[in-house]
Write a protein that binds this ligand. Structure first.
Ligand SMILES: Nc1ncnc2c1ncn2[C@@H]1O[C@H](COP(=O)(O)OP(=O)(O)OP(=O)(O)O)[C@@H](O)[C@H]1O
Length: 360
């Protein structure tokens, strides 16, 4: 059964619809990450669930109970929000114990719980440290311990690692996932960083202008973006309109076969086509590839290079993913062929997970 259900939830700020009929279900022990550009309604969604923003339509249910009229502090939620900073005048223990003290838990029990939580988040013995002496990553851990302290049924995180540098974020996100798995936490998190969402989540929810545009596992969303918006948001550049029919797609780069694999079930017509950068194969210019082009830019991405090629015959630039040693230099003329296995036809059919997302 779902622990959290949003059933057609809408939120308005004046005339602006910040959330528009959002349907979403989060299962017990599931980690769901809401992803979307700035202003798409991610924080509003969390605030609506938390009871910090009034809901104009639809229902929010926790374990089957409608939360309408239930004040924020009675909802059994743990919140770690961007704007919920630590109290600078309290030490680490004072911050973590805040919610427990509000519930008038006995001092001894509180001290034991604080010690346990500090152990959990990797800061054992830090009770008496002043908040001002903590690094950004340590503050984040304390904020997490504070959110976990009352043993919430649902943990809600808004940009949990937002202010930290990339290296630390990448390490912490793995730790967080392990920690939530160990604790059996149910988590609804919001981030604008797709890498973070994909590393943390069991399921990803992509939002645009107050609506849910795709729900799926990280692999499903990555392999099969629902439409051009999601594909571009994930960072794919080779997204074009193509005419599909008779087992091929006519693209601005010429015809590409699409008869095999997951695209075979898509009907004919004008479609959005995604060519993954790994499917753009570069070769020496004189080896007879169907296209030629000039390398316009290169971006190093750790273990590979993204190469931007301007096709000689016109059409949008193509992004190719190359091994470090094989990446041609800027200005080089190259041959280009597209691998049909890496061409995905988008739109036109529901992604499997949209069914799963619907509430019955
Ligand atoms: N208190 C408010 N009053 C009026 N409009 C608001 C208020 N809070 C948010 N909005 C508007 O509602 C929309 C959704 O905002 P929200 O903060 O939920 O987006 P977000 O996806 O979390 O963005 P970000 O990633 O920048 O935090 C935006 O257009 C925003 O300008």
């Amino acid at each position: 059964m779902s622990l959290l259900e949003l059933d057609g939830v809408s939120v308005r700020y004046g005339d602006r619809r910040a959330l528009d009929g959002v349907r979403l279900a989060v299962a017990e022990r599931e980690i769901v990450c809401v992803l979307g550009p700035s202003g798409s309604g991610k924080s509003t969604l969390l605030r609506a669930v938390a009871g910090l923003t009034p809901v104009a339509g639809g229902a929010v249910r926790l374990a089957g109970r409608d939360l309408r009229g239930v004040p924020a502090h009675r909802r059994g939620l743990g919140l770690m929000f961007q704007d919920h900073q630590l109290f600078p005048q309290r030490d680490v223990a004072g911050n973590i114990a805040f919610g427990l003290r509000m519930r008038r838990e006995p001092g001894e029990r509180v001290a034991g719980r604080v010690a346990e939580l500090l152990e959990l988040v990797g800061l054992p013995g830090a009770e008496r440290r002043a908040v001002a002496t903590l690094s950004g990553g340590e503050r984040q851990r304390v904020a997490l311990a504070r959110a976990l302290a009352p043993d919430p049924r649902l943990l809600m995180l808004d940009e949990p690692l937002g202010q930290l540098d990339r290296d630390l974020r990448e390490r912490l996100v793995v730790e967080l996932r392990q920690l939530f798995g160990r604790l059996g936490s149910t988590v609804l998190a919001v981030t604008h960083d797709q890498g973070e969402a994909f590393a943390l989540a069991d399921r990803v929810v992509v939002m645009r202008a107050g609506r849910v545009v795709q729900v799926g596992t990280p692999v499903e969303v990555w392999q099969r973006p629902a439409n051009a918006f999601v594909a571009r948001f994930l960072g794919f550049r080779n997204v074009v309109t193509a005419t599909v029919g008779g087992g091929e797609a006519r693209t601005p780069w010429g015809a590409v076969r699409v008869s095999t694999g997951p695209t075979a079930d898509v009907g004919p017509g004008e479609r959005t086509l995604l060519v993954r950068p790994s499917g753009v194969r570069l070769s020496p210019a004189d080896e007879g590839a169907p296209l030629t082009g000039t390398v316009a830019a290169r971006t190093f991405r750790g273990d590979h290079v993204l190469v931007l090629v301007q096709p000689a015959g016109g059409g949008p630039e193509l992004e190719a993913s190359c091994a470090l040693r094989e990446a041609p230099g800027v200005g080089a003329t190259v041959g280009v062929s597209l691998d049909p296995g890496e061409v995905v036809v988008l739109d036109g059919e529901p992604t499997g997970d949209q069914h799963r997302d619907q509430l019955s």
